[in-house]
Design a protein around this ligand. Structure first.
Ligand code: NAD
Length: 239
């Protein structure tokens, strides 16, 4: 019960890493609001409350956080997990595709942090966990817009950590390597094999292995941790 008494809002929680975070947080005693733009997942443990939240929509964020406060009275943890991926190199990227990526993977994090910080400042406490990627601090060829957004999330997390450190709010980023989720399961197998082959552990991670890192950052066990990057990647970035 490492999150007993805490209320957590998780985005992109209908599948993959977000689902694993919602599941683990609920099992660890949190009041969990699992949000997604897609239909809710029906496999959550009892008590998990589903919300429809498109992270690109300002009004959706206001509605979601209002609903959390109305039902739970507080917001202790926000996990900005919702995300999409795309692989176009710079010269093949349309402006429309660029703007879509930035809207979901970067602006979604800005809107979420802004809404959460407004509540957490009043509470004088809170933990925000932003899911970036190994590609938020290192590069492979292609995927230009994804690298842009995930790199921004890394630095936005550090900026928010510095700006609100005196308000009792901690902000950290998580950098997963290759994780088996619906997102990666639908990619070309050859592409997945290249990343796994470049991973020292020679395997992909499971969503729960990322969720355990988020659990630490969400809980009071990480009370002296802010502005940090937690890498969960089978050794990929250590090379
Ligand atoms: P996933 O596709 O399984 O889950 C992503 C969820 O986000 C989906 O349920 C989807 O409906 C939701 N989503 C998409 N657009 C949204 C929007 N506008 N508003 C709200 N929800 C939206 O993917 P995943 O692999 O679990 O990825 C989760 C996060 O982890 C993403 O930010 C991704 O970039 C990051 N990540 C994943 C990997 C990996 O290997 N799987 C590696 C590094 C980082």
């Amino acid at each position: 019960m490492r999150l007993s008494g805490k209320t957590a809002l998780i985005t992109g929680a209908a599948s993959g890493i977000g689902y694993a975070i919602a599941d683990l947080f609920a099992k660890e005693g949190a009041t969990v609001f699992a949000s997604d733009v897609a239909a809710p997942n029906n496999d959550y443990p009892p008590g998990v409350q589903s919300l429809i939240l498109d992270v690109t929509q300002e009004q959706d964020w206001e509605n979601a956080v209002d609903a959390v406060i109305e039902r739970s009275g507080r917001l202790d943890v926000l996990v900005n997990n919702a995300g999409i991926i795309a692989y176009e190199p710079l010269d093949e990227l349309t402006l429309q595709a660029w703007l879509r990526m930035i809207a979901v993977d970067q602006t979604g994090v800005f809107l979420g942090m802004r809404e959460a910080v407004r509540v957490m400042r009043r509470q004088k406490s809170g933990s925000i966990v932003n899911i970036s990627s190994i590609w938020g601090s290192s590069a492979v060829a292609g995927a230009h817009s994804y690298h842009a957004a995930k790199g921004a999330v890394r630095n936005m997390s550090k900026n928010a950590a510095m700006t609100y450190v005196r308000d009792g709010i901690r902000v950290n980023s998580v950098h997963p390597g290759f994780i088996h989720t619906p997102l990666t399961d639908t990619q070309a197998p050859e592409l997945n094999q290249v990343v796994i082959a470049a991973t020292p552990m020679k395997r992909g991670g499971q969503p729960v292995e990322v969720a355990y890192g988020c659990l630490f950052l969400a809980s009071d066990e990480s009370s002296y941790v802010t502005g940090a990057e937690l890498v969960i990647d089978g050794g990929y970035l250590a090379q």
